[in-house]
Write a protein that binds this ligand. Sequence first.
Ligand SMILES: [Mg+2]
Length: 257
Amino acid sequence: MKNLEDITREELEAIKIVTFDIDGVIIPTGTELRENLDGTELYMKSKQLSARFIENLKKLKKYVRLNFSSGRNILYLKSLVNEIFDQEIILQAENGNLTWFEGSIIHPTYPTSYFNKLRDIKERVKSMMAVDKRIRGFEPKMFILTVHCDQMREIPDLVKEMDIENDLYCLWTNEGYDIGSKNMSKGKGILNLAEYLNIDPKHIMTTGNNYNDKEMLEIGKGVSVEPDRVQAEYFIEHKPEQLGGELLAEFLLKYYT
Ligand SMILES: [Mg+2]
């Protein structure tokens, strides 16, 4: 891995899109979620983008297109970036499953069996939740299943047991598990985006800090903000109290201006 300070002028010149991961990259981690057993009450508490970062994004979007790729749902992404949202902004939600691109939402088609399997896993987790306080609830999603809970073997073990065909991933996210199809990833989302725009995926800069960012960091021009956890061509150095994505925006603005 190379320090981002060593990226060349030619590489920066070729960048057409900058993709920001959200949690741990442009907002501090630590979303809280609690749901009651019958799913009639849902409490969710998350953090905001800093005012300075929003100002930097307004400047940055004059030079490159901005993409936000997250495991979170598309409504959350849209409200997070509402202040800078326009036709040029791209959103990729639910680990590459939903892409908001130039006024349309694009998503893959899954067989009924896929949704049935996620439903059956959810029902089993719900019955565990009734007796296990480590499980706090489910984040509203369309194409993946997100369980908020402590890190616990029981969830990946359950997925392994119920997914006989072995076509699901079950990834720890620091606040729970994302469960979804191995055919889709944030990386596949970047490939699709490169195809829509007819550009090389290496002309899309990607950022990330976690396991669900692995493919996207490999496929795009990857910048890891957590090099001990996830590898990329480049890494960005930051102090624990700093956000790697905010530093990247400042680094790029310094280059463009
Ligand atoms: Mg992340």
